[in-house]
Design a protein around this ligand. Sequence first.
Ligand SMILES: Nc1ncnc2c1ncn2[C@@H]1O[C@H](COP(=O)(O)OP(=O)(O)OP(=O)(O)O)[C@@H](O)[C@H]1O
Length: 256
Amino acid sequence: MIEFKDVLKIYPNGTKGLNNVNIKINKGEFVVIVGLSGAGKSTMLRSINRLHEITSGEIIIDGKSITKARGKALLRCRRDIGMIFQNFNLVKRSTVLRNVLSGRVGYHSTIRTLLGLFPKEDINIALNALKRVNLEEKAYSRADELSGGQQQRVSIARALAQEAKFILADEPVASLDPLTTKQVMDDLKRINKDLGITTIVNLHFVDLARQYATRIVGVRAGEIVFDGPVEEATDDVFSSIYGRPVKQDEMLGAKV
Ligand SMILES: Nc1ncnc2c1ncn2[C@@H]1O[C@H](COP(=O)(O)OP(=O)(O)OP(=O)(O)O)[C@@H](O)[C@H]1O
């Protein structure tokens, strides 16, 4: 479980990124965070693994405070959290397999991973992860030879190789076309269901949020203004999260 307790985030320039956020996300949920640009979605997601440091409050992960964790304890917490970014964050000149293997670095000494010395079982774990996203045959291709959607699925495989208990995906489909978007979202959903990995995704598209989420969290000006099962996230709810009616270009369907 991930729990935010009275979380406040103020950026150095005084902008309030998160304002008194309290929320619990349970094991196995597929949560989609929605809100206007600048609402605080990325700040919320990135606070979880401390890519952003919060100003006050606390974030608890499976009973342990990541906010207070230092050194090895922090690395241990972070090892449980896989991160998916809009721009994939792959080493483009490396092979797909090597990129997926980088998910294993938290399990070994730095020197060993710098030398690329991964044990055989790690290679098996990485190949199995690639199998889950149907990219096993691309293991020895260079990452930049893959399409954008395939590269994003490699980054999902990296999170799987990491044996993450949580996947945080920050706008994972923002730079993909509608067909590829569906493949990436389907992979995230399948992994969430099959492996029980708690998944939190920031999304722009309202219809996509409705299609994949089990729970919708609406953020506005750094505050949670809606939190409920997807069935309750009606058009009116989305309008209230956005402070205006949903626009056509906020529907993926409009791009097809
Ligand atoms: N490094 C930063 N320094 C100062 N202000 C920031 C910084 N990062 C974000 N902000 C501000 O914090 C607020 C929340 O930003 P955040 O990126 O979390 O929003 P978002 O909902 O993810 O937006 P988008 O959908 O455009 O990515 C915005 O007002 C933003 O301008």
